[in-house]
Design a protein around this ligand. Sequence first.
Ligand code: PLP
Length: 382
Amino acid sequence: MLQASREAVLPTYARAEVMLVRGEGCRVWDDEGRSYLDFVGGIAVTSFGHCHPAVTAAAHAQLDELWHVSNLYWTEPMLRLAALLSERIGGAQAFFCSSGAEASEAAFKVARKVTGRPRIVALEGSFHGRTIGALSVTGQPGKWEGFGPLVPGVSFARPNDVESLEAAISPGGDLAAIVLEPVLGEGGVVPLERDFVQTAAERAREVGALLWVDEVQTGVGRTGTFFAYEQLGIEPDLVTLAKGLGNGLPIGALLARNGAADAIGPGDHGATFGGNPVACAAACVVVESIDDDLLAHVVATGDRLTAGLVALPGVQEVRGRGLMLAAALARDAPAVVDACRERGLLVLTAGAGPSVLRLLPPLVVEDAEIDEALGILEAVLA
Ligand code: PLP
């Protein structure tokens, strides 16, 4: 019956032949009772593992109280989450939505309205979402095909290439924002260099543009600091979040500081589900749980995974920060992903060519689980 129902799903994803029915901690189970170590984590989403007791309890409690009201009213979980995020980023104001693409759309609109300028500089290979605005600042032409015309006014620079950045900004008087992912995620897990990012921040300030940092994938502890930009010595005006914020409940956010959203008022933007009380209640537990101990754990387990990957046969390079890692292989990654799944390990690829294997385990992953994953990878790559 369910096999036939596949026809009823629009084929926007190349799904693996597996039906997942249950999750707990770093593991998921399929409908035949097989378990898998989950180093995909819903693509950097289930940072506290599946069905984490405290996150689940907070969502359950909120489900029993209030599911949804319009943003015409205040709700307590939304206010608590805004305050928690604002504490993390020097008094920022939050706009809540339900996904990363929506957060990108909000940032795009805020940047244009606040500066009164049209142009955005983004990076080649970047990824900011699939809606038309977010797609327009996504530096992957393959993803544009068939969907044009895109939003005009976007220039692209090469990552870690200051000259190319200068050329894309120039002359700058019409520039609303520069958007950066601290580590390009879908583009192949490419960390941006400190000098490059600092130049972008300086140039944005000089020309009166906003610095928008897309932390949808890197944020909420993934790279070993709450925001990845903290490692780069910059202070962005706009920060976008989603993925790990709700540990699997759909939530995204735009955080604006330094008066970056001062020109925004009632009616300028909105989202029916933005600030949903259940998603916000879960997200509050997530944000509160990211403390120094957890961040140190992310760094330590990330180092352990990196060292293990480097030593595997056929691994040419290991890139990333914290628990956002990729291994460039001497062979096709999709076949490795399939072989790992057969042996009980879920990993994924990244968009930058056929040989990049990506690993995004939950932030609470234990050493033993890392070693187990490395053992499976070694057997597959041998
Ligand atoms: N920005 C970044 C950096 C992302 O990695 C993604 C998704 O992979 C998005 C935005 C879009 O998020 P969503 O899929 O929730 O729309």
